[in-house]
Design a protein around this ligand. Structure first.
Ligand code: GLN
Length: 446
């Protein structure tokens, strides 16, 4: 009830929730209290959380922040949602996001932008901007997010909280509305690595409903949090400390690395030579997959349907024309173009080859180091509206986060010292299924 009151009081200034579900939350909180009274509680029993509005929630609107799904009531729970319910977490509602998770500032939402709680004239980052702002403002203790090209890590950095995107396949994608299926991964936004460890514990693991979900045992993420970083080999890619990076951000990132070295870690300067190609490769692969995934929204079975269609083509064209926003349409058009017969080899196939090179860069690096550290984003949170007219400027904000998704590796963002009063995120990248190590190193910095 305290958290619902906080949402009531503060969310009109932030717009971090699309849907709040007070009755369901109070009923779940009562059930959690009874479990606790019987001594049957776990670490998440009664913990107030929120779900990004990309996760299907039974009986609750699941809009993906699109007019297309404004009227969509999901008939079932996503796997990560049902696992968190089973663990006793109490969902307060659904958080705002960029439409279909396409964006880096939460400004493409049909429900309007989210404001950064540190400075409401600035963006919270995206696409999981509502989840990040809600956690940062204390409207919930943790939230789910998805990360296709940085959408957990970059908003976590901009809002001064901790975010983890696990290895591709660590969490089930079942019931998570697809954007780019080979890149999409569910994860957690929380106030600390320790909190994130408990939430991820409940979410992760094999699910027969998702054929890309990994059948790998899930370690206990909370047990190694206090391990010393003595002997840890830290790789610092020279491409991540590039001249495009704000020098004040570079300085606080260096300070955090120095702190780990004082605790016994060793620094190795490494190179990920194909990093500069990650943005162009991603912005071919992701739109290609999006154009295919979003073909299902045709106004026939669910979602927005235009009024009085005169024939089937008119139904498709007007339903999609009215239902999707500008950025989603741009992605569908780019994706359709790069997959078309005449351009497939030149764009899509080329991007897939670059994706392989990026993955190989990381494999070479992880032969020498245990973890890779660098900035999460090249700037702190920028002003609302600053990049909306220039999609390429917006895409370039993803420069440090996207290569991890192309390689399928786990990544994390943790807050370090602020710059000019705004939060800065340190990015941690691990080898496949090294989430426990990321959480451990992050915990050492908190
Ligand atoms: N900003 C990136 C994009 O617009 C990443 C989004 C995401 O990770 N969902 O595609």
């Amino acid at each position: 009830a305290d958290y619902l009151a906080r949402i009531e009081r503060h969310d009109s200034a932030l717009n971090s929730f699309i849907t709040v579900t007070p009755e369901a939350a109070l009923a779940a909180a009562d059930a959690a209290d009874q479990r606790l009274a019987r001594g049957e509680g776990g670490p998440l029993t009664g913990i107030p959380i929120a779900h990004k509005d990309i996760f299907c929630t039974q009986g609750v609107r699941t809009s993906c922040a699109s007019r297309m799904l404004d009227n969509f009531i999901a008939p079932y729970d996503a796997t990560v949602v049902s696992r968190l319910n089973q663990a006793g977490a109490v969902s307060l509602g659904k958080t705002n996001m960029d439409e279909f998770a396409m964006g880096s500032s939460n400004e493409t939402s049909w429900y309007g932008p989210v404001k950064n709680p540190w400075d409401t004239t600035r963006v919270p980052g995206g696409s999981s901007g509502g989840s990040a702002a809600a956690v940062a403002a204390g409207l919930c203790l943790a939230a789910t997010g998805t990360d296709t090209g940085g959408s957990i890590r970059q908003p976590a950095a901009f809002c001064g909280i901790t975010g983890i995107k696990p290895t591709y396949g660590r969490c089930s994608r079942w019931g998570m509305i697809a954007f780019a299926s080979s890149l999409d991964q569910a994860g957690v936004l929380a106030r600390s690595a320790a909190d994130a460890a408990h939430v991820l514990q409940a979410m992760a693991g094999f699910d027969p409903n998702d054929s890309t979900c990994a059948d790998e045992p899930v370690p206990d993420y909370a047990t190694n949090l206090n391990d010393s970083p003595r002997g840890l080999r830290i790789g610092v890619p020279r491409e991540f400390l590039s001249p495009e990076l704000d020098s004040r951000i570079a300085a606080v990132i260096e300070q955090a690395i120095e702190l780990l070295c004082q605790l016994g870690a060793e620094r190795h300067d490494i190179s990920l030579p194909n990093s500069a190609l990650s943005v162009p490769a991603y912005y071919v692969v992701a739109p290609a997959e999006c154009s295919s995934n979003l073909a299902r929204f045709d106004g026939v079975r669910f979602g927005h349907r235009c009024a009085d269609p005169i024939d089937l083509d008119d139904l498709y064209q007007r339903s999609r024309g009215e239902g999707f926003g500008t950025e989603v349409k741009r992605r569908i058009m780019i994706g359709t173009y790069v997959l078309s017969a005449g351009y497939y080899d030149a764009y899509y196939l080329k991007a897939q080859k670059i994706r392989r090179l990026i993955k190989e860069d990381f494999q070479r690096a992880f032969a020498e180091v245990d973890i890779i550290l660098g900035p999460t984003a090249p700037t702190t949170a920028f002003a609302l509206g600053a990049k909306t007219a220039d999609p390429v400027a917006m895409y370039l904000n993803d420069i440090f986060t996207i290569s991890t998704n192309l390689a399928g590796l786990p990544g994390m963002s943790v807050p370090v010292a602020p710059v000019a009063g705004l939060p800065v995120g340190l990015q941690l990248i691990g080898n496949y299924f090294a989430e426990a190590r990321l959480l451990n190193v992050a915990h050492q910095l908190q």
